[in-house]
Design a protein around this ligand. Structure first.
Ligand code: ADE
Length: 229
């Protein structure tokens, strides 16, 4: 799986991609992450990227031509990438969308906007728009990294144990059941007896029940979506 990012801050992608699961996946040749600098595609001798908004108002708006030129170059070199604009106005990211993205071969071209806004016509250049949540960041770089991390976990061979993906939160539309490890008692709190019983059938049922109860209490919206979806 290939990830490409168009950004004004390629260096932001250096260290997060050097540690942990994504780094291991890159080393194993399962994924690649390439940050493409937007600046060289800027206009004029100043390599201008943004301009004042038509109609007035505060702040600057990213012009469409540098982004279009960067997309054309990356797609020319890596045909078939799915073009995704990171924006708070996009479709909310969830585990189901992450699964869809993980199936987009050969990979994704993530466009990280900056500044106060992006010219509306950039929308016509992409296949999809993604928001990582209802809050505003000053750029799409961290959202792009969120997509890279979430998708990489689902690339076959990246996680040692595929069961852990199947059982974790959201994979079946519920939150995960409560987990315990040693010690049996911690500050007066005991591990539920059933988990020490060795009765795998009852443990499975207890976990399913707990996952459902927890989801009902904390995230009833997930259950509503599961029923309607
Ligand atoms: N860019 C700025 N804020 C964002 C968000 N919440 N999601 C995706 N891209 C963004």
């Amino acid at each position: 799986m290939e990830f490409h990012v168009i950004t004004l801050f390629p260096e932001m992608f250096d260290s997060p991609m050097k540690s942990g699961m994504v780094a291991r996946a890159i080393k194993a040749g399962l994924v690649s992450v390439t940050a493409h600098h937007l600046r060289p595609f800027g206009l004029g001798s100043y390599r201008q990227i943004d301009d004042a908004p038509y109609g007035g108002g505060s702040g600057m708006v990213m012009r469409p031509e540098p982004i279009a030129a960067a997309i054309d170059q990356v797609i020319g070199e890596h045909p078939g990438l799915w073009r995704i604009l990171m924006t708070p106005q996009g479709e909310p990211l969830n585990q189901e969308r992450v699964r869809e993205l993980a199936n987009r071969h050969p990979g994704l071209l993530l466009i990280a906007g900056r500044y106060e806004g992006i010219d509306e016509r950039v929308r016509s250049l992409v296949d999809y728009e993604i928001s990582i949540g209802d809050y505003v960041l000053s750029g799409g770089e961290l959202p792009a990294m969120v997509v890279i991390e979430a998708v990489t976990r689902l690339v076959p061979g990246v996680l040692g144990n595929p069961d852990s993906i199947r059982e974790e939160s959201f994979s079946d539309g519920t939150l995960e059941y409560p987990q315990y490890t040693r010690p049996e008692e911690f500050r007066g709190m005991r591990v539920p007896e059933i988990l020490l019983s060795g009765d795998h059938e009852r443990i499975r049922a207890w976990r399913a029940e707990q996952a459902l109860a927890r989801t009902r209490k904390r995230r009833p919206d997930l259950l509503a979506r599961r029923k309607s979806g």
